[in-house]
Design a protein around this ligand. Structure first.
Ligand code: PMP
Length: 456
């Protein structure tokens, strides 16, 4: 994907209750910062619209030159409870002032508070435990390891495959990328993938066959039988769409896992904590995963991830043999505790569902204006995606997606760079605390951007 233009552009100044654009963009005074980073960092870090964040609160992000954006990124689906929440900042300050800012895996009191809160979110809390880590990829890796360990201990080494889905994203480390399904990202992987296999994801647009028979026939083609599968991992929705699983498909997959004693893993790293209008997105499907992988929205702030899983799988390792240096580090933990309290007390899961209906209606109207170019809209709760395509086809149009995204950026609406295999998906994911008024204002901005880029 092309990076964003770093030559300051004249853009119309504007001021509304929420948005303010008063300078060229990128801001000329910000260029030395981009230059410094360009010299000292790999260019892989330069894929986002060129704003220098100075302050982020609620659903607003500001730079220090007077510009302010409505945020439709939530970072990258991190700040479900809003940016910079006072409750989270206060709890962090308290821990900092004690001080208790690091403890390795020695116990601190808040750790138990958090694991209990997360356990309470499991399908059957008595039967589930919680293991805290730092990043989504790390939690995915752990889930893969646990599925394998369970399979080997119970059935022997022949039960070895990890089955996942094409176009899936599970992170950028080796194991998480082996489970990922984007071939373009896997060119550095040479011979490690023998026991990882991907089958088509039943999204209904890129792959129109959403039947579970396709899952079975794909395994047959790969010459893999149920007895040989240790775990099946799927994102609860695939981020690129967002693409959800058909309920019947998810339930048949659960039956298949039960029949062959396969560990089912739902990756909720971006789908969890109210994002799609349920606490966890798998709840839309009426299934009960064996392992639930969490990250991002778990803390609305600091790096924290978790695997919530059935005891029979979680408890396979002896004391001291399944840990990580920063597991349950005090600051992310207190942030997550406050975050979960906010999600509960402000009913953010229900709010996401209700606002999501409004968002979908508005986006639907925009997509219908340009049916040739805006190929498909998927939305549930406060996550939505619009596929931008070349006229009248399903072929991704990454450049136009980026142009729309950049136009929104110039108008005070911030989204992260278009995602997807070719960068064609305009992804919409505001903090769940966004007001109805600001959400609607955002849709008007997107509509203006689409009119300017796609209109006559
Ligand atoms: N799983 C999913 C579904 C994700 O969206 C991501 C990150 N985008 C990850 C795993 C990896 O998380 P992290 O970047 O924290 O390692």
């Amino acid at each position: 994907m092309a990076s964003y233009n770093l030559t300051p552009a004249e853009v119309p100044t504007l001021e509304t209750k929420y948005r303010r654009i008063t300078t060229k963009l990128p801001v000329p005074e910000s260029l030395p910062i981009f230059e410094k980073l360009g010299c000292s960092e790999p260019k892989s870090m330069m894929g986002q619209p060129p704003i220098v964040w100075d302050k982020a609160e609620g659903f607003l992000v500001e730079d220090r030159w007077g510009n302010r954006w409505i945020d439709w990124s939530s970072g990258v689906l991190i700040t479900n409870a809003g940016h910079g929440r006072k409750e989270i900042r206060d709890a962090l300050k308290e821990a900092i002032d004690k001080p208790l800012i690091s403890s390795y895996v020695f116990v601190h009191e808040k750790r138990g508070e958090l694991t209990e809160m997360l356990q309470a979110l499991a399908p059957d809390p008595e039967d589930y435990q919680v293991f805290l880590l730092s990043t989504g990829s790390e939690a995915v890796e752990n889930a893969i390891k646990l599925a394998r360990t369970y399979a080997i201990e119970k059935h022997g080494k022949n039960k070895r495959y990890i089955v996942s889905f094409k176009n899936a994203f599970h992170g950028r480390t080796l194991g998480s990328q082996l489970a990922g399904g984007m071939d373009k990202l896997k060119t550095w992987i040479v011979g490690e993938g023998d026991t990882f296999a991907q089958v088509p994801f039943p999204d209904g647009y890129k792959n129109e066959d959403t039947s579970f028979d396709l899952f079975l026939s794909s395994l047959e083609k790969l010459d893999i039988s149920g007895d040989e599968i240790a775990g099946i991992i799927t994102e609860s929705y695939q981020g690129v769409g967002p693409d959800f699983l058909p309920v019947e498909y998810a339930q048949k997959m659960q039956d298949f896992c039960k029949e062959y004693d396969i560990i089912s893993i739902y990756d909720e790293v971006q789908a969890g904590f109210g994002r799609s209008g349920k606490m966890f997105t798998y709840e839309h499907y009426g299934v009960t995963p064996d392992l639930i992988v969490c990250g991002k929205g778990i803390s609305s702030s600091l790096p924290l991830s978790a695997v919530i899983g059935r005891k029979k799988v979680m408890d396979l390792y002896a004391p001291g043999s399944m840990t990580s240096t920063h597991s349950a580090s005090p600051l992310p933990v207190v942030a997550a505790v406050e975050n979960l309290k906010i999600i509960h007390s402000e009913n953010l899961v229900e709010k996401s569902r209700v606002l999501g209906e409004l968002l979908k209606k508005e986006l639907d109207r925009i997509v219908k204006k340009y049916p040739d170019r805006l190929g498909c809209l998927h939305a549930r709760g406060l996550v939505a995606g619009i596929q931008v395509v070349k006229s009248g086809t399903k072929e991704p149009d990454a450049q136009t997606a980026q142009d729309i995204n950049e136009k929104c950026f110039h108008k005070g609406l911030l989204m992260f760079a278009p995602v997807g295999i070719a960068g064609e998906c305009i992804k919409i994911a505001p903090p769940l605390i966004i007001s109805e008024e600001a959400l609607i204002e955002g849709t008007r901005v997107l509509e203006e951007a689409c009119d300017e880029i796609l209109g006559g």
